[in-house]
Write a protein that binds this ligand. Structure first.
Ligand code: ADP
Length: 428
């Protein structure tokens, strides 16, 4: 019984020691946890790297390791998301198609630069109908929202002469939202129209000489061949038609070569006067036969121009040929050159100041004001009855040749008073 108080005392001492040890451990653990919590909070707000987590806390060691590896894999994923996002943003910036992202309520949430170019700036937060402003396109977007299916629609935007194609795609990541891709088809449409017009013009141009060739051969077959007076006349008319067809084929070939850039220019410094004189000499006989005077007026001190001589001579010959063709006997054709002093041509295209401007002036029939801007189009002839068998391709070829030299060509004319054709060439 004597040992009982000792035992109780021992128990008390052990209990007290344990309590002190537990309190001490608890406080140490609590302080570590606080530190842990503080670091996690700072990391969450981005102030401290998570790698600073204490790793000496027993039992928390494993947790620290797991959290650290989670953080490492998370930051790898984040940086890959960041680089993907940057790549996507660069792609959207460079795209030529407009891209819009619209919310379920139809508010624009994102617009790339191409979309801003098409619809103007400040598109974000505006409504889709307000931006698209075309009921066909708006309906396509509404159908996409209602049916949750991709819709494609093409429309002409009146007033702006734009052809737009809208592809509306349901946004898989935002129910009710949509992704709108807008393509500008204006250029493609214009090229299609040019191609269609070209083919229809060409077949039209071929029909007339072919019909007359057929009529002439049929007449010969029907007995005219045996008629010594008529036969040579018919045969010479056939030869004329064949020549016209051959000329058209040659001009079309030239035009297509020039347009497709297959003609390489051999540019050299050449005196403007030399170009004018040699073109005039080539056309002198033809002008005299038509009863016209052909003069060259060129100051001697003009700078040389950079030109492919035979090509520019071809341009001048085309212009003189027209001047002769569309002038009455007794008239005059004047070739001249001077320096460009004003920076704008009458068509408000910029001409380089200091370049040399060539002019072919005639006192002929002139061109109606409405036709002047169109005469450089392929096959365009003001009045087919007075065209004197031309193909309507000469000016088109001339324009391409001048433009491939970096120059400009234009015409000024008054009906009944004559015309002046100008073109510019840069200094050598
Ligand atoms: P064409 O082979 O018919 O002459 P061009 O392309 O050279 O073809 O000219 C196109 C049209 O422009 C001509 O058919 C004519 O109606 C008009 N034209 C060109 N030059 C003159 C000019 N000097 N005077 C009057 N009309 C002209």
């Amino acid at each position: 019984m004597d040992s009982l108080p000792y035992f109780l005392l021992l128990l008390l001492v052990v209990s007290l020691t344990t309590l002190v040890w537990v309190v001490f451990r608890y406080r140490a653990l609590r302080s570590q946890l606080r530190k842990y919590e503080r670091i996690l909070r700072q990391s969450a707000s981005g102030d401290t790297p998570l790698l600073a987590l204490p790793s000496n806390v027993k039992r928390l060691e494993e947790l620290s390791t797991i959290v650290k590896s989670m953080v490492t894999s998370l930051s790898t994923q984040l940086s890959s998301v960041d680089s993907n996002r940057a790549r996507l943003a660069a792609m959207l910036d460079q795209m030529t198609d407009g891209v819009l992202i619209a919310s379920e309520e139809g508010r624009i949430q994102f617009a790339n630069p191409a979309a801003e170019k098409l619809f103007g700036r400040g598109l974000v937060e505006r409504s889709v109908p307000e931006v698209l402003r075309n009921h066909q396109l708006i309906q396509a977007w509404q159908r996409c929202q209602e049916l949750d299916e991709m819709q494609v629609e093409t429309a002409e935007i009146k007033g702006r002469r734009h052809f737009l194609q809208l592809i509306a795609i349901p946004d898989q990541h935002a129910p009710g939202g949509s992704l709108l891709v807008v393509q500008d088809l204006t250029r493609i449409r214009r090229l299609e129209t040019i191609r269609r017009d070209f083919i229809s013009n060409l077949s039209h141009e071929l029909r007339t000489p072919l019909a007359s060739l057929r009529a002439l051969t049929e007449t010969l077959q029907d007995g005219a061949l045996a008629d010594p007076d008529a036969a040579p006349r018919f045969i010479s008319r056939i030869a004329t038609e064949v020549d016209a067809l051959a000329q058209m084929a040659q001009e079309l070939l030239d035009l297509s070569r020039i347009e497709s850039g297959q003609v390489s220019l051999e540019r050299k410094p050449v005196a403007p006067k030399k170009l004018l004189v040699s073109a005039a000499e080539r056309m002198r006989l033809q002008a005299e036969r038509a009863g016209l005077s052909l003069q060259v007026d060129c100051p001697p001190n003009l700078p040389n121009v950079s030109a492919d001589e035979p090509r520019i001579e071809q341009v001048l010959v085309n212009l003189i040929h027209n001047a002769v063709k569309f002038s009455h006997p007794g008239g005059e054709v004047l070739l001249s050159a001077d320096i460009v002093t004003d920076s704008f041509t009458p068509w408000e295209t910029e001409a380089v100041e200091g370049a040399v401007r060539f002019a072919v002036h005639d006192s002929g029939v002139g061109i109606p004001a409405d036709d002047v801007p169109r005469i450089f189009e392929r096959f365009y002839r003001v009045d087919k009855s007075r065209a004197g068998g031309g193909t309507g391709l000469g000016l088109s070829i001339s324009r391409h040749l001048v433009e491939s030299h970096g120059g400009q060509i234009w015409a000024e004319s008054r009906e009944g008073e004559g015309s002046t054709f100008y073109f510019t060439l840069q200094n050598a």
